[in-house]
Design a protein. Structure first.
Length: 70
């Protein structure tokens, strides 16, 4: 989530603190995670970080100068 939203910024840290950490024990951890992240958890980022799987590469964008003319 942090990488997709600008990294480890103060604003992102505040969102995480306010949405997850400060509410610990008041709701189920899975509910808090879903409310913060907006998606189910995935183990893939951990596997990529540990070097156990290769990161999914995004297709390279075609430069406008190389795009065919209609």
């Amino acid at each position: 989530w942090f990488d997709a939203h600008g990294g480890m910024t103060a604003a992102n840290g505040k969102l995480f603190r306010d949405g997850v950490l400060s509410r610990g024990g008041t709701r189920d951890a899975h509910e808090l995670y879903l409310a913060f992240r907006g998606a189910e958890p995935s183990v893939e980022p951990l596997l990529v970080h540990r070097g156990l799987v290769a990161p999914k590469s995004k297709p390279a964008a075609t430069p406008k100068s190389a795009a065919p003319n209609p």
